[in-house]
Design a protein around this ligand. Structure first.
Ligand SMILES: [Zn+2]
Length: 245
């Protein structure tokens, strides 16, 4: 299975053929067979936004988890904010993706609630889903609960569901096989939109483009935030720093 949109479309068709309802963290128990589609936004809101448009074209809805503490994107930035609001308005669920290593405290509830409030302000809607970024074993083992939030790494969704993920362009369990095996009534499928595109790409190409993209974005922000940036670096010079896509 590669990381093209066609392969993802096949994943969705297989789920449908095998009678899985593509549902969410609240309604799944209404169905004999249920699949939850989750996306952690580890790298790019823009890629996730495009992926949500693609999912909409397949007539499915999923959940996207936003990492407020990342160095890769800023969810408070104007265009990011608009994209997240639009995803919410089109029926996608926006949850909080939380990095426990950022905070030096044993009481995680406080920073989780404060990030939840910030994300609610950004999307202008309630947030009630929580996923952990690169969760430590103790986070996975302890069935953690937080007021007002569904922890998608709780026992309910991490053990009672068959969980599979495409982390680092690698599936430990092959999703097509899990679906066709008929062994599981509950599937929790995590994908990262960053890995996926119209046609399959090598991971090294994806990472190089990602780095180059950051340089292009920096130049754009320079032109928007200082007067006469050309005095210091012309667009021609800036382009030399960009990877040929
Ligand atoms: Zn993550």
């Amino acid at each position: 299975m590669d990381f093209s949109y066609t392969s993802y479309e096949k994943l969705i068709s297989l789920l449908k053929q095998h009678n899985y309802a593509i549902t969410n963290y609240i309604d799944y128990h209404k169905y004999k067979k249920a699949a939850i589609l989750r996306h952690d936004i580890d790298f790019s809101i823009n890629d996730s936004y495009n992926f949500s448009l693609f999912e909409e074209s397949l007539d499915i809805k999923s959940a996207y988890f936003v990492l407020l503490s990342t160095g890769f994107y800023n969810p408070m930035e104007k265009s990011a904010r608009k994209m997240l609001q639009d995803m919410h308005n089109r029926g996608f669920t926006i949850g909080l993706h939380f990095d426990t290593t950022v905070y030096n405290t044993s009481d995680l509830n406080k920073p989780i609630q404060s990030e939840k409030n910030i994300l609610e302000e950004i999307i202008d809607a309630p947030v009630n889903l929580l996923s952990f970024h690169r969760p430590a074993p103790k986070v996975l083992e302890n069935d953690l609960k937080f007021p007002g939030l569904i922890n998608v790494y709780s026992k309910e969704f991490f053990h009672d569901f068959k969980y599979c993920s495409d982390s680092r362009f690698f599936w430990r369990d092959k999703p097509y096989d899990l679906i066709t095996s008929e062994k599981y009534d509950r599937l929790h499928i995590l994908t990262h939109a960053f890995c996926w595109s119209e046609s399959d790409r090598n991971p090294d190409y994806v990472y190089k483009s990602f780095i180059s993209q950051a340089s292009q974005e920096r130049y754009k922000y320079l032109t928007e935030n200082i007067r006469n940036p050309e005095e210091f670096i012309s667009e021609e010079e800036a382009k030399k720093l960009w990877f040929n896509r």
